[in-house]
Ligand binder design. Structure first.
Ligand code: GAL
Length: 633
């Protein structure tokens, strides 16, 4: 596979006289791809049905003439103002019932049939016009589903669609009442049209109701995306992608991914560090100009899985961004490091957002590869360096990593619906395990909960899966390597009820979770030999081998055969011990990498990265700050 670079460009933002020179400079910098179009609806269709293709025809040709290949975005993330006159009820409503108004982007409700039809119409027209353009390389549907918290909507359209979704799922209302336990607090319904969305209730709604609404909301995104894919397919057979985000978990990305050929994601390491990694101040300070050492890698691995092997970075931060609480400049070398790290995880392409910094509107303070005056910004030199290095680099040979980690969107929603303790989030639990694996120098595959084939893995981790379909449970129980489950594994059935026999009810593991408690952040339960449980702890019954025990003698981690059950939320030190124990049992090497140093293996190379602001050593040699080392295997 050839690795390539690209950028995101908005021809509609610049006088046409600039396009050819921009295109020439992109090609000269070693870029292959240019993504355009995803926000251009008001210029493509200034009034309903008045299609203005000429400018886009010329932009495609100008970029193509410079040798660039085009990713064409469909513009449904930014419906123009006239759309609201045509569909006044298309706006999403927030949990308080307030409309999310016009004047930025992503204001539509995924459940609005009229808007979905408009979005599909413009996608079909674009595909009919450009589907056979010689330089068209790929499509992008919409832009960042879920960005700005836009998956969940409490609109009338959502309520109507939810009722239909429920009636299709449960068939009759008695089945729904029974499944949800609506006898509790006299919440029983007589027919589906009485069921509202789970907002504006006096106290918390029934968790089964909330979880059903989260599943429904995810399905609406899948359905919307599918409508765009079907529309594009009427005029084009080029691959179709979508650009996902970091830590957006409101819809099941594996399910949208199943309808697409390529998964891409938008990587903003410095913005994410402060905005969504969830690390403490000392960590944020230490990595302020580099980003979290694991957050990008986690998403690279996640989207490789979502794309079934085919994935890109569609937007790579090239300098300071505008949207985090603080927006520092990257340390010199980090744009290069982030790019190489994506390739080490198997990216086909890395595209920088954006070509030139915009002097107007919301993102004036967001760096591009060029300054607003077209002079090179620092990121461009690093992109050029990567292009030169790629020209000399061997082709990537992908290889399956020895460790699998299951990430399940449904579990994220279940934990959110019933965290049991403030701040306990499934994403953080999975990410904490991922970080521990990376500190041990391991390469990881992130697996969807629909995976049934685990051959080739030595170790599998499936923390926090609150509900497991029977088939997944059977496949995991049949796994012959070392398996980690818990806490909260199989703690609920598919309808959010506590199952009897009590969890985990796991074949070959004679333990029962007898009681659970959540803990204040300032009352960690320390473990004999180091580390602690924080936030959440289960009491186990059963006589199995104990591998981690609390100072008061309570078993925290137990093992029987190859199955390990973790009965609490381990801190970093506890998870390091857990991973070391599992590596030993699985016969895998376990390193203790210096702070900020990470490694990843492909079939042919081992990459070392230094996220620290100081020089570090790694087994392959010295690593300066932002250093990257490649070793042939
Ligand atoms: C992304 C988005 C882009 C741009 C960028 C700024 O989330 O897709 O359109 O807004 O952020 O960092």
């Amino acid at each position: 596979m050839k690795r390539t670079l690209g950028t995101c460009y908005y021809p509609e933002h610049w006088p046409e006289e600039m396009w050819a020179e921009d295109a020439r400079r992109m090609a000269e910098a070693g870029l292959t791809w240019v993504r355009i179009g995803e926000f251009a609806w008001s210029r493509l269709e200034p009034a309903p049905g008045d299609m203005q293709w000429d400018w886009l025809d010329r932009a495609m040709d100008t970029l193509g003439d410079a040798g660039l290949r085009i990713v064409l975005g469909t513009p449904s993330a930014t419906p123009p103002r006239w759309m609201l006159d045509r569909h006044p009820d298309m706006l999403a409503l927030d949990g308080q019932g307030r409309p999310r108004g016009f004047g930025s982007r992503r204001h539509y409700c995924f459940s609005h049939d009229g808007y979905r039809a408009e979005a599909a119409r413009v996608a079909r027209l674009m595909a009919e016009r450009y589907g056979s353009h010689p330089q068209l390389g790929a499509w992008q549907t919409d832009n960042e589903y879920g960005c700005h918290d836009t998956v969940i909507s409490y609109s009338a359209a959502a309520r109507q669609a939810f009722r239909l979704w429920l009636s299709e799922r449960y068939g009759d209302i008695a089945a729904l009442n029974a499944a949800w336990g609506n006898v509790f607090w006299s919440m029983e319904y007589d027919h589906f049209d009485q069921i509202d969305l789970p907002n504006l209730t006096v106290t918390e709604p029934n968790p089964a109701h909330s979880l059903a609404f989260r599943r429904f909301s995810s399905d609406q995104v899948v359905r919307f995306n599918r409508a765009l894919v079907e529309a594009i397919r009427q005029g084009s057979d080029a691959p179709i992608s979508h650009n996902y985000m970091g830590r957006v978990t409101e819809f099941d990305h594996y399910q949208t991914g199943a309808d697409l050929e390529i998964a891409t994601w938008d990587s903003y390491p410095l913005g994410f560090l402060e905005d969504r990694v969830g690390a403490d101040d000392a960590h944020q300070r230490a990595f302020a100009r580099q980003g979290d050492p694991d957050f990008q890698a986690f998403h690279h691995d996640l989207y490789r899985s979502v794309g079934r092997g085919r994935w890109w970075v569609m937007e790579q931060q090239p300098g300071p961004v505008n949207w985090a609480p603080h927006n520092p400049a990257p340390l010199p070398g980090m744009v290069r490091l982030w790019s190489w790290e994506a390739f080490a995880h198997g990216a086909e392409a890395v595209c920088y957002f954006r070509w030139r910094q915009a002097p107007f509107a919301q993102e004036q303070m967001h760096a591009g590869l060029l300054r607003p005056d077209s002079v090179e910004a620092p990121g461009l030199a690093e992109a050029r360096q990567v292009a030169l290095e790629l020209a000399d680099a061997p082709e990537v040979q992908p290889v399956q990593a020895p460790v699998g980690l299951i990430f399940d969107y449904d579990a994220e929603w279940a934990w959110e619906v019933q965290p049991h303790g403030a701040g306990l989030r499934y994403f953080d639990l999975v990410f904490a395990h991922y970080r521990a694996l990376r500190r041990a120098g391991l390469s990881v595959e992130i697996l969807s909960p629909t995976t049934r084939e685990f051959s080739g893995y030595r170790m599998l981790l499936a923390p926090g899966l609150m509900h497991l379909p029977e088939a997944l449970k059977e496949a995991l129980a049949a796994f012959e390597g070392v398996l980690l489950i818990g806490p909260r594994t199989a703690a609920r059935d598919g309808e959010f009820n506590i199952p009897v026999p009590l969890p985990p009810d796991w074949p070959g593991l004679d333990v029962v979770v007898a009681r659970v408690e959540s803990l204040r952040p300032d009352m960690p339960v320390t473990l004999v030999g180091g580390g602690a449980v924080v936030g959440y702890l289960e009491e186990l019954e059963g006589a199995v081998e104990t591998v981690l025990v609390a100072e008061n003698g309570q078993p925290v981690c137990v093992r029987q055969g190859g199955t390990v059950y973790m009965a609490g939320w381990g801190d970093d030190a506890a998870l390091d011990r857990l991973v070391a124990m599992m590596c030993e049992a699985a016969g895998l090497p376990c390193l203790a990498l210096p702070d900020g140093v990470r490694c990843r293996e492909t079939g042919t190379e081992r990459f070392w990265f230094n996220y620290a602001a100081e020089a570090r050593a790694c087994p392959a040699g010295p690593l300066p700050p932002a250093g990257v080392l490649r070793e042939a295997l």
